[in-house]
Design a protein. Structure first.
Length: 175
C-alpha cells in the first residue's frame, strides 16, 4: 500500500515556501507591480523623486521587493535617499504601475508620483537610508521586508552629485 502523497507521480508532496516567495505568490495572484522612472538629462545638483503612497483606504500593507537604479554615464555619481512619510514641495506627476501578471486586470492600490526638481523637494520626513552610487547598476533587495502600511508613504530621492548632467533610471518592484 502506498501511503505517500504526491503532487505529481514522481515527486512527493511539496508546497511553496510562502515566507521566502512572497513576491512569486503575489505575481500569481496578480498583486505584484513595478514602477519605473527615467530621466534623460538630470542636471548637476538636481533631484529626481519617486513617491509611493499607500492610502488609508487600502487596508493592506505593501511590501517592497527591490529598488534598482542605473545611470548611462561612465564615471557618474549620484545619491539614492529613502524617506518614510516625507512632506514634499512642488508639483508631482502621476505615474501608472504595471501589473507583472499580464493575465490580471487588477490595478495597484498604491498611488505613484514623480518629480524632477532643481532643489531638494523633501521638506520633512524620516530618513531611512542614504546610498552613494556610481556608474554601475544598483540593486537593493528588501525581499518584501520594507513594508508600507496604509496611510504611509515611501519617497525615493535621487540627487545628481556628478559634475555634469546624467541620464538615469529607477525601478521599484512591490506587492
Amino acid at each position: 500500500m502506498n501511503n505517500m502523497v504526491f503532487n505529481t507521480d514522481k515527486n512527493s508532496f511539496y508546497s511553496i515556501d510562502v515566507y521566502n516567495n512572497l513576491f512569486v505568490l503575489a505575481a500569481i495572484e496578480g498583486d505584484a507591480y513595478t514602477i519605473s522612472g527615467t530621466v534623460g538629462n538630470l542636471p548637476k545638483n538636481q533631484y529626481y523623486l519617486i513617491l509611493l503612497i499607500n492610502p488609508i483606504s487600502s487596508k493592506i500593507n505593501v511590501h517592497i521587493k527591490n529598488i534598482y537604479s542605473n545611470t548611462s554615464n561612465a564615471s557618474s555619481t549620484y545619491s539614492l535617499i529613502l524617506y518614510k512619510n516625507a512632506e514634499i514641495a512642488g508639483t508631482l506627476t502621476s505615474i501608472t504601475p504595471v501589473n507583472l501578471n499580464f493575465g490580471s486586470s487588477k490595478n495597484s492600490i498604491i498611488l505613484c508620483k514623480n518629480q524632477v526638481a532643481s532643489t531638494n523637494p523633501i521638506i520633512s520626513g524620516v530618513l531611512l537610508e542614504t546610498i552613494y552610487l556610481g556608474y554601475l547598476p544598483y540593486e537593493s533587495s528588501y525581499h518584501g521586508a520594507l513594508i508600507i502600511p496604509p496611510n504611509n508613504s515611501l519617497s525615493i530621492l535621487i540627487q545628481n552629485t556628478d559634475n555634469s548632467s546624467i541620464s538615469l533610471s529607477v525601478k521599484i518592484l512591490y506587492c
